[in-house]
Ligand binder design. Structure first.
Ligand SMILES: NC(=O)c1ccc[n+]([C@@H]2O[C@H](COP(=O)([O-])OP(=O)(O)OC[C@H]3O[C@@H](n4cnc5c(N)ncnc54)[C@H](OP(=O)(O)O)[C@@H]3O)[C@@H](O)[C@H]2O)c1
Length: 319
């Protein structure tokens, strides 16, 4: 095991002891997590806040185990490596997506995660963007891979202004697909900045005209990050048998007879991270992030529960 010479035994973490409102999260001292042989310990800098965190905190998934540290992704530097880990070294800039690994999540100064759920942060990528990206970008990538998105396609991203949607627009456009993204009017310029060829308010009277111009023969595929009454209208403009994919968590689950509909999860593997890093390469991913200070974690949860976040919310672990 290699460790940073300054590694403490105790850290600050945002902990939930029982399901409740945002104020149920409190910052307290807890032990720095253990380091199994195949893990790395990351000193976190920025961590992602997702709607799933708020749902878990509120008890939507059942009771919350006392002492739960939420959070599934973030960026930081390697503080220690387990004895079986050769790929990483103390001081490396990394980001990670590791969901459902015990109760020790990312809302903390340190997280211990399997090394195969970690990747180097591309050199030019800002740490605050890297901290918000892993879950949503890997999920968007899984969705595009499920749909077998290609450069020849006209791709509908329904719900393009949120986390998964932002990354799907950028990754799909980078693949060369013509992306049509749905977004409220105040988020449309942002969605176009990610590469969308066309944007449309899903509830507007103009949607018919936009779809006629953008996808006159219909959409080749649809990535769906939210469900609403408007979705059926967009589905009526799919080509025959065009595939539909949505990440688990979208409710009610979209369906359309005559079309293959796939539910998927974001891949957390090393190989998935390698593909994401290859797509990013030296490019800039203009993901919009709204940064909250770690001590304002409850405010970050209140904000995400209000809805209509454009881009992604991150916590700055600035203690
Ligand atoms: N299974 C997995 O691995 C996985 C991973 C990540 C996320 N997810 C799930 O994927 C979904 C999206 O996550 P996210 O982080 O991208 O969420 P998000 O940031 O809240 O984005 C949701 C998007 O859907 C749009 N939207 C919401 N309600 C809408 C409505 N009624 N009509 C039209 N558009 C609507 C939002 O736009 P407005 O804000 O303008 O309404 C936004 O563009 C969630 O259900 C999440 O749980 C699953």
């Amino acid at each position: 095991m290699t460790i940073s010479s300054t590694l403490p035994k105790v850290m600050k973490a945002a902990v939930v002891d029982a399901a409740g409102p945002p104020e149920a999260i409190h910052i307290k001292d807890v032990p720095v997590p253990a380091l199994p042989a195949n893990h790395v310990l990351i000193a976190l800098e920025f961590v992602g806040v997702g709607i799933w965190d708020a749902q878990q905190r509120a008890g939507s998934w059942g009771s919350v185990k006392p002492g739960t540290i939420m959070g599934a992704d973030g960026s930081g530097t390697i503080a220690a490596v387990g004895s079986h880990v050769t790929k990483f070294h103390v001081g490396d800039r990394v980001y990670s997506y590791s969901y459902g690994y015990g109760s020790g999540g990312f809302y903390a100064q340190y997280v211990s995660v399997p090394a195969d759920r970690v990747a180097a942060v591309p050199a030019h990528l800002e740490m605050k963007i890297a901290g918000g990206m892993p879950c949503i970008a890997l999920t968007a990538q899984s969705g595009l891979e499920t749909l077998k998105a290609t450069r020849a396609q006209t791709l509908l991203v329904f719900g393009a202004s949120g986390g998964v949607g932002s990354c799907a627009v950028w990754l799909g456009s980078e693949k060369g697909a013509t992306v049509v993204g749905t977004a409220r009017p105040d988020a449309q310029e942002y969605v176009r900045s990610l590469g969308a060829a066309h944007t449309v308010d899903p509830n507007s009277a103009e949607r018919e005209g936009v779809i006629k111009r953008a996808a006159k023969d219909g959409f080749d595929a649809a990535l769906v990050t939210a469900n609403s009454d408007a979705l059926a209208y967009f589905f009526s403009h799919l080509k025959p048998k065009a595939p539909i994919a949505f990440p688990n968590g979208v409710e009610p689950k979209p369906h359309l007879s005559g079309h293959p509909v796939s539910a998927f999860d974001g891949a957390m593997s090393h190989e998935a991270f390698e593909r994401l890093n290859a797509a990013i390469s030296t490019k800039t991913l203009p993901l919009r992030v709204q940064v909250f200070s770690f001590k304002d974690v409850a405010a970050a949860h209140r904000r995400i529960e209000e809805g209509h976040v454009v881009g992604k919310i991150v916590l700055h672990i600035n203690l």
